[in-house]
Design a protein around this ligand. Structure first.
Ligand code: SF4
Length: 460
């Protein structure tokens, strides 16, 4: 009974967050930066921030996360961190030889007001940035936004620093990928390849945070989008931005720099969102959907049809990132489930609007909230007032799962206490099959556990 003090009575809160349904901005910036090949993220702030961000990513991805820190002391906290950052840039290029240093700020350096553009320009002017190497940056004050905002900021920085206008457009398209697992980015590339589409996907953490064990440690595994590829994105004829919260600002920036028109789509999670993604690929490329993809869809539909009676009207509470929760909600509705409570700590009105559009007429008692007070505490209170059959979200929900005795399917970020999420995709039709399987098994395990002896079935 770890959360036994959570009261049933819900009071309006304006200035208090209890157990937030988000993490801090620089974690997102760090994760996105790792999606560039040969990139080392750098945290401009105190060592403690960087240690927290690295350890959260390490615990989720079960991989060592490299990053530098400006290591603020009392002096730099008062007088600013310019000297520290200049020294760090020099050290990182000399010792670790990255292609790119991706600087993000923290609450401390933002409060001081360090001007990263000016400092990094000074580093260039002083010859601390070798030829063919780059320093990019994103401002990520964590007293606003969330890890998703930080991710979006660093993806925008990739466009700002590397995109170049191109007079002649190629047949290539850009796919800007929202925050998903390395396995999911690999799945998007597989679908693009099956469709025969020439595309640049960025950021791309596949092959970086799910790199194979070779017996030799490398700072820069072979995955990640190349800088040379990022320099070509201005020549693409179209950008597809998957997950608007994480990608829209980058898509807009690219349109502004190089006049590449963009479309924003949901992440292809579940049946309907993947249908839309595949149809969009066919429309944009003018190519047929190959039979392999049609067969994958058919297998997903078959699985849903076979097991539909177990999904039927099961009430679900969800928390996490808006870009993932929107298509996940749609998928649960496709499964005939009832996504009844949703919270995200990432601010923005679009999330609530989309969920109400999708589920408002189908789910009695729907409750949706985004922003600082949309926290795990509120979600727990909703559940205490009227319970659910299933929880879907990150590791932090395990306390509610234990206290309320509700099965939990882990999804989203961070997952600190299980493995597999980095290796097995939940995007696309095959990913949806895995998601459906995990939901189904959680429900069936509970059914087995609770069944009286006379109805304990061998075949389900
Ligand atoms: S919230 Fe701010 S101070 Fe805390 S770890 Fe994140 S960046 Fe550092």
């Amino acid at each position: 009974m770890l959360l036994r003090h959570t009261p049933t009575e819900i009071r309006d809160r304006k200035a208090l967050t209890i157990n937030p349904a988000k993490t801090c901005q620089p974690i997102g910036a760090m994760y996105a930066a790792l999606g560039i090949h040969g990139c080392i993220p750098h945290s401009h702030g105190s060592q403690g921030c960087c240690a927290y961000h690295r350890s959260t990513l390490t615990r989720h991805y079960k991989e060592p996360i490299i990053a530098g820190t400006s290591s603020f002391t009392e002096g730099s906290s008062v007088f600013g961190g310019q000297a520290n950052l200049l020294q760090a840039i020099n050290n990182l290029f000399s010792i670790y030889d990255p292609k790119v240093i991706a600087v993000h700020t923290t609450c401390l350096s933002e409060t001081i007001g360090d001007d990263i553009v000016q400092i990094t320009q000074k580093a260039r002017d002083d010859g601390k940035v070798p030829d063919g190497k780059y320093v990019i940056h994103a401002n990520t004050p964590s007293y606003v936004g969330s890890h998703v905002t930080g991710y979006a900021g660093m993806v925008k920085a990739m466009v700002k620093y590397f995109a170049q206008p191109a007079e002649v457009k190629t047949d290539s398209i850009n796919v800007i990928c929202g925050w998903v697992e390395p396995s999911d980015m690999r799945e998007v590339k597989r679908l693009l390849s099956l469709m025969g589409i020439d595309a640049i996907l960025f950021p791309d953490t596949s092959g970086v945070l799910d790199a194979p064990q070779t017996g030799t440690y490398s700072y820069y595994p072979k995955g990640g989008v190349r800088v040379e590829e990022l320099m070509k994105i201005g020549g693409a004829r179209k950008t597809l931005a998957l997950g608007g919260y994480a990608t829209e600002t980058a898509a807009r920036e690219l349109d502004g720099i190089a006049k590449v028109p963009f479309e924003i789509h949901d992440l292809p999670i579940g049946l309907s969102a993947t249908d839309r993604f595949v149809s969009t690929l066919a429309r944009v490329s003018g190519k047929e959907v190959p039979v392999e993809i049609e067969d994958e869809r058919g297998r997903l539909v078959d699985m849903i049809t076979d097991m539909q009676q177990y999904f039927h009207r099961k009430r679900v509470a969800l928390w996490g990132d808006p870009d993932q929760l929107v298509p996940l909600t749609e998928f649960l509705l496709d499964l005939d489930m009832q996504p009844v409570y949703l919270v995200t700590g990432t601010p923005g009105k679009f999330f609530e609007k989309r969920i109400w559009e999708l589920a408002g007429d189908l789910v009695p008692g729907l409750r949706v909230k985004a922003g600082a007070q949309a926290d795990m505490f509120l979600l727990h209170q909703w559940i205490k007032n009227e319970s659910v059959d299933l929880l879907i979200g990150n590791t932090y929900g395990k306390y509610i799962a234990r206290d309320e005795d509700i099965p939990l399917v882990r999804a989203g970020f961070p997952i600190l206490d299980r493995v597999g999420h980095g290796y097995f995709a939940t995007l696309g039709y095959t990913g949806a099959m895995r998601l459906a399987e995990r939901i189904l098994n959680a429900l069936l395990d509970r059914k087995d556990r609770d069944a009286p002896e006379e109805s304990f079935e061998l075949v389900m």
